[in-house]
Design a protein around this ligand. Structure first.
Ligand code: 26Q
Length: 723
């Protein structure tokens, strides 16, 4: 590895006349690299054996270096893309921030989430190489900070790429910039710190790339776009565009209009959400205060954009929607769309929503800008590393070619009616389930129900993902079991894993609610042999590896139109779980490939949600008409469960039945979809155990080729970066 990645030299120089792509992201959720790197080097089994000879279990390394420099799908996607780029021999390099503390460690105190700092380097950081000689100064209005790059090797079969993370140094206040991932931003100071982080990443990366270009090609920037693509992973690094314009115009005297044209051939933008509250808008006064030069550039850019739109005869309303300046704010998304050569969504339906609603005017004027690249996940971590038994089954029937060319996994489809293969598959799933149970026993001290169906919902805690709807569904099943109405019900475990943003009150209420239900069921001798909830603590990448391998049912139940893609859905599919979910994000493409009949789809689709919004939606009428649902929902306020007087449950209840000035009641349409959800869960319960169900799981697993991030990065390389 060190031959590819020498410790004592500067980082791998990109080939002078070959194009490279740089993936700028505020998050890289790489997780533990120890096993992954041993696997990539082809020595995992040897090392396992050598350690065993010395009486050491290789799982001892599970205590170290699980770098959670991200909080969810966006950050994990970045990590999967790094893995795939190296595997596919593509010159794609990550640029991010080396946070001193990663995403907080989660603890439950009486069922409430508490946050502890994640000191991920407490055993050192065995992978990174500090590149002190490549440090650069980053300028803010109130002083300079030093940006020191650290390179982490990303090991592929025939190539080692670098993930470069910048660390802020120079003074105590400088170091604060790279101290925390997502510092609390409920104060002006907190918001300014976040803005500092965004500029720190942007300026570190752009400074380096422009300097590198000038060294190799001189000050004629006309070839920049031929040699370098910069992918903006959501809007967090959008200031990179302004920094690029600043350097070209102020340091190299390129005329402004020309610099804009060059930038438009370099930058591309991936959108990951349409939720209004997650679309970044920075108050002008913050940018002006912290980054006066950047502020001037952005205003010049905004003025040019406005002039061009006027000249082009763009009508008022369209101008208003597309403008970079939105009143007192700068819209980072509008800046990104204007400056990007290509704009992409992360699943087919999401890209359609971008084209038809969020960015509809821009799409009308520049349709050629918009492309879809459906997300993917790396099968090396999410299948080969976490599910080696299933891999051996594949080897046995189709040989090992699929390991280097994942699309070959489709050859396994020929065995979907082969009882021996299905039996082997079921045995693997059973073994993974026992392994998961042992892991949970060790981590949580909880014994999973034996031989139970494992349903799993693991993802960031957010109202739109509707963990609360799953809680209500479980309560409905619980009450029916209590009444003896489900005599044939098979033992079922519902696994939850999720962290709530520390200041997200409702999300914290949902965690407490689910933990209360778990406790109640566990304490009820009538049902506790049939039904169990386990909310695992501190869900992270390493936990996910065990859960996706050992689960039967993947719960993907977001309100249609709101989950841009989802990637957990793909990880479960790859490991042979069926999806119980809505027609949202990549779920749609999953059932397109694995067959709707092999999954459990329910709920309102995007068109119906739009119609309900238009024509009126009355969750209270639905509650009044459905006693089962009412009983479940009312446990929030009828004294069944307590939240220690903190007001969480009343607030959740009000959000569903009363709403607020900024939201109508039940904004996420739980009362629309809940009855169908319960039906689907019970249908799965009834079908489980039959060979037809194993077959559904198997078909999902062997239809997952498309959801490899190898396919995704190749699509970026072709459709966007032109590598
Ligand atoms: C925005 C403004 C201010 C502060 C923070 C943020 C912010 C931070 C992180 C907004 C969003 C995020 C993270 C989003 C995320 O993880 N999105 C997920 O991206 C996945 C990869 O494309 C998709 O599969 C998921 O559907 C999407 O939710």
């Amino acid at each position: 590895m060190w031959a590819f990645f020498p410790r004592n030299s500067v980082s791998i120089p990109p080939a002078a006349d070959k194009k490279s792509a740089y993936y700028l992201s505020i998050e890289f959720l790489i997780g533990r690299m120890f096993y992954n790197n041993l696997m990539e080097l082809g020595v995992l089994e040897d090392v396992r054996g050598l350690l065993a000879e010395k009486g050491v279990d290789i799982s001892a390394f599970e205590e170290i270096e699980d770098a959670a420099l991200g909080n969810g799908g966006l950050g994990r996607l970045a990590a999967c893309y790094m893995d795939s780029a190296a595997a596919c021999d593509l010159p794609v390099y990550g640029r991010g921030i080396r946070y001193r503390y990663g995403l907080f460690k989660q603890k439950f105190e009486d069922g409430f989430q508490e946050e502890l700092p994640d000191d991920w380097q407490s055993f050192g950081d065995p992978w990174s190489i500090r590149r002190e000689s490549e440090s650069r100064r980053i300028r803010f209005a109130d002083g300079e900070v030093l940006s020191v790059p650290y390179d982490m090797p990303i090991i592929g079969k025939n190539r080692v790429n670098a993930l470069r993370l910048y660390q802020a140094e120079g003074s105590e206040s400088a170091a604060k910039i790279s101290e925390y991932l997502y510092p609390a931003d409920d104060t002006e100071e907190g918001k300014l710190l976040r803005l500092r982080q965004e500029y720190f990443l942007s300026a570190s990366a752009v400074g380096e790339l422009v300097e590198g270009y000038v060294k190799r090609h001189g000050k004629d920037f006309s070839r920049f776009g031929e040699l370098c693509a910069i992918q903006l992973n959501d809007t967090h690094p959008v200031l990179a565009v302004a920094e690029f314009l600043r350097i070209l115009t102020e340091e190299y005297f390129v005329p402004f209009g020309r610099a804009v044209g060059i930038a438009q051939s370099v930058f591309h933008y991936t959108n990951h959400t349409i939720l209004p509250e997650a679309l970044e808008c920075w108050p002008k006064k913050y940018i002006e205060k912290l980054l006066p030069d950047i502020y001037d550039i952005l205003l010049r850019l905004a003025a040019k954009q406005y002039r061009d739109m006027k000249k082009g005869g763009v009508p008022k309303e369209d101008c208003a929607a597309m403008r970079i300046v939105q009143g007192k704010n700068i819209s980072m998304a509008n800046t990104a769309v204007y400056m990007a050569g290509k704009v992409n969504g992360v699943a087919a339906i999401h890209t359609e929503i971008l084209k038809n609603s969020l960015f509809a005017p821009a799409y009308r004027y520049t349709p050629e800008k918009f492309v879809n690249v459906t997300n993917g996940v790396t099968q090396r971590r999410w299948l080969m590393l976490c599910d080696p038994e299933l891999c051996r089954l594949y080897d046995k029937y189709i040989g090992e070619g699929w390991r280097d060319n994942f699309s070959e996994i489709g050859k396994m489809r020929a065995f979907a009616a082969d009882a021996e293969v299905l039996g082997g598959f079921a045995a693997v799933k059973g073994e993974n389930k026992r392994r998961l149970a042992a892991y949970i026993r060790g981590r949580e001290g909880i014994e999973l129900l034996p031989n139970a169906i494992v349903y799993a919902q693991v993802k960031r805690l957010h109202e739109y993902k509707r963990q609360l709807m799953t809680a209500f569904a479980i309560l409905e099943i619980y009450f029916r079991l209590k009444r003896g109405e489900l005599p044939d019900f098979r033992p079922s475990v519902f696994l939850f894993g999720a962290k709530s943003a520390p200041s997200y009150f409702r999300a914290k209420g949902i965690i407490k609610f689910i933990n209360e239900i778990a406790k109640k069921i566990d304490g009820d001798p009538d049902v506790r042999d049939k039904l169990q909830i386990v909310f695992v603590c501190n869900y992270d990448v390493s936990y996910a590896e065990k859960i996706v391998a050992g689960s039967d049912v993947s719960l993907q139940v977001s309100t249609a139109g709101l989950e841009a893609s989802g990637t957990g859905n793909m990880k479960f599919m790859m490991n042979g779980a069926v999806t119980c979910g809505t027609m949202d994000g990549a779920n749609i493409e999953i059932v397109e490939r694995a067959g709707r009949e092999n999954n459990y789809i329910f709920g309102a689709e995007v068109e119906e949600i739009a119609r309900l919004k238009e024509e009126g939606y009355d969750p209270n009428a639905r509650l009044a008409a459905d006693g089962e649902m009412r009983r479940a929902v009312q446990t929030l306020t009828d004294g069944t469960f307590g939240d220690g007087g903190r007001g969480y449950f009343k607030d959740l209840y009000d959000s569903l039945t009363v709403g607020a000035s900024w939201h109508k009641p039940d904004h996420y349409f739980i009362m629309r979809d809940l009855p169908e959800y319960v039906d689907r869960l019970l249908e799965i319960n009834a079908e489980y155990g039959a060979q037809s169900f194993v077959r559904k799981q198997f078909i999902n697993a062997v239809s997952a080729a498309y959801f490899s991030s190898d396919r995704s990065v190749r699509e970026y390389a072709e459709k966007i970066w032109n590598l």
